[in-house]
Design a protein around this ligand. Structure first.
Ligand SMILES: CC(=O)N[C@H]1[C@@H](OP(=O)(O)OP(=O)(O)OC[C@H]2O[C@@H](n3ccc(=O)[nH]c3=O)[C@H](O)[C@@H]2O)O[C@H](CO)[C@@H](O)[C@@H]1O
Ligand SMILES: C=C(OP(=O)(O)O)C(=O)O
Length: 420
């Protein structure tokens, strides 16, 4: 199994381009199930999860043509089944995103129920309750969600008890072809939800209020094809900026989405970084300094994202002072902490709070990636640690970071993929 070998100690310097956002690309690819016209999605990141979603669409009979620039043309007119099997869903929870489009467009969907995962139990009850409110019949049998509707789904007023990103996306997609008006209240405001809505609008959907907590959808009878570029990845961007801050370096991320990173940039400034921004670029300059510890509390957008929590635990572990990090979204998202302890970090976890006392030096060690952002935080820790760190189970990182060793390598990191 592949591992990443990182020799720490060099400040990162240079320019790197943000890839397309995994968490926008996945719902947008699922949304192509809503039209029988040819549709082209551009700026897809070259990631394992994207391949899995394309494989899933292919397994349903859809035509999938990928070009060398990761632009993909999809033809749903050849779809011959509406099933997302366990083999694919177990490797990617976001497969649940095909549920809403399938039942709305074809009146039937069989999607394996995603189980729990490393970061928490992650139920999909709100997705199912919303589809039921729109008139779908939902049965869970043999580990599968079977959703059916006679005729069209019906518009409904749906209030989410909890803010859910993929839940909002699933119902938003389903509502585009429903009969009448759907109102999603306490909806997720994440930039990826907005990107999906913009893609749906380009396909002819009638949507207003995306980016606020109330989204209104007027259902239409059919959606059309389009060409749509996926937004840049704010979490990948944030990870590169933390890499600059943690190593005392200077990194500029280009072709990114500045507005979506406000909460992260505010914390980088609090940590002592000089942050400069242009229309589509962000530069973090740490001028060789050690970061100051910062307090973080994760919450739905526009607050600080849970997907950047682990990276800031890494930053705090070498900072001056003591940082408190509170994880409010997922109940088990501190798996990186035990691995960082192996590198000499001083971190205490109590319930959903981690207290991190910054230490002078981390030391390289063999560590294990447990989930996607935990892996990113181990890469960051390794970049600043003394000596070599070998990170095992890096298939987690390949789900979310395109060409990780090439991109970090170009910034001066000593990083390579090894077999043992
Ligand atoms: C592919 C994708 O976009 N993944 C992102 C998405 O995951 P995902 O959409 O799975 O996360 P949610 O926003 O749904 O989860 C938020 C919270 O709501 C709970 N919940 C969710 C749905 C439901 O039906 N019932 C329920 O209780 C979850 O257990 C969690 O505690 O948003 C998360 C929160 O920003 C990010 O960390 C993930 O990177
Ligand atoms: C948790 C994440 O992804 P997923 O929802 O696909 O597991 C993530 O992107 O950090």
């Amino acid at each position: 199994m592949d591992k990443l070998l990182i020799t720490g100690g060099s400040p990162l310097n240079g320019v790197v381009r943000a890839s397309g956002a995994k968490n926008a690309a996945l719902p947008i690819l699922a949304a192509t199930l809503l039209t029988k016209d040819l549709i082209t999605i551009k700026n897809l990141p070259h990631l394992h999860d994207i391949t899995t979603m394309l494989e899933l669409l292919g397994s349903m009979g859809c035509g999938v043509v990928v070009d060398e620039k990761m632009s993909v043309q999809l033809d749903i007119s050849t779809l011959n089944n509406c099933e997302a099997p366990y083999e694919l869903v177990k490797t990617m929870r976001a497969s649940i995103l095909v549920l809403g489009p399938l039942v709305s467009h074809f009146g039937r969907a069989v999607v394996s129920l995603p189980g729990g995962c490393a970061i928490g139990s992650r139920p999909v009850d709100l997705h199912l309750r919303g589809l039921e409110a729109m008139g779908a019949k939902i049965d869970v049998t043999g580990g599968n969600i079977v959703a059916t509707v006679d005729g069209r789904l019906q518009g409904a007023r749906i209030f989410f008890d909890k803010v859910t990103v993929t839940g909002t996306e699933n119902l938003l997609m389903a509502a585009t072809l429903a009969e009448g008006q759907t109102v999603l209240e306490n909806a997720a405001r994440e930039p990826e939800v907005v990107d999906l809505a913009e893609c749906l609008i380009a396909m002819g959907a009638k949507i207003t209020g995306h980016g606020t907590d109330t989204i209104v959808i007027e259902g239409v009878e059919a959606l059309n094809g389009t060409t749509y570029p996926v937004m840049p990845d704010r979490i990948e961007t944030g990870t590169f900026l933390v890499a600059a801050a943690i190593t005392g370096g200077k990194v500029k991320v280009i072709d990114t989405d500045v507005k979506s990173l406000e909460a992260v940039l505010a914390k980088l400034e609090e940590a002592g970084a000089k942050v400069a921004c242009g229309e589509n670029w962000i530069e973090v300059d740490m001028e060789g300094r050690r970061p100051n510890a910062v307090n973080i509390s994760t919450a739905p957008y526009p607050a600080f994202p849970t997907d950047m929590q682990a990276q800031f635990v890494a930053l705090n572990s070498v900072a001056t002072g003591v940082g408190r990090v509170i994880e409010n979204i997922f109940e088990n998202r501190f798996m990186h902490v035990d691995e960082m302890l192996r590198m000499g970090a001083d971190i205490e976890v109590m319930g959903n709070t981690a207290i991190i006392r910054g230490c002078d030096k981390l030391k390289g060690a063999p560590v294990m990636a447990t989930d996607l952002r935990a892996s990113a935080s181990l890469v960051l820790s390794a970049l600043v640690a003394e000596g070599d760190t070998k990170i095992d189970r890096i298939y987690h990182i390949d789900r979310g970071y395109e060409c990780i060793e090439e991109k970090f390598g170009a910034l001066g990191a000593k990083i390579s993929r090894v077999l043992n």
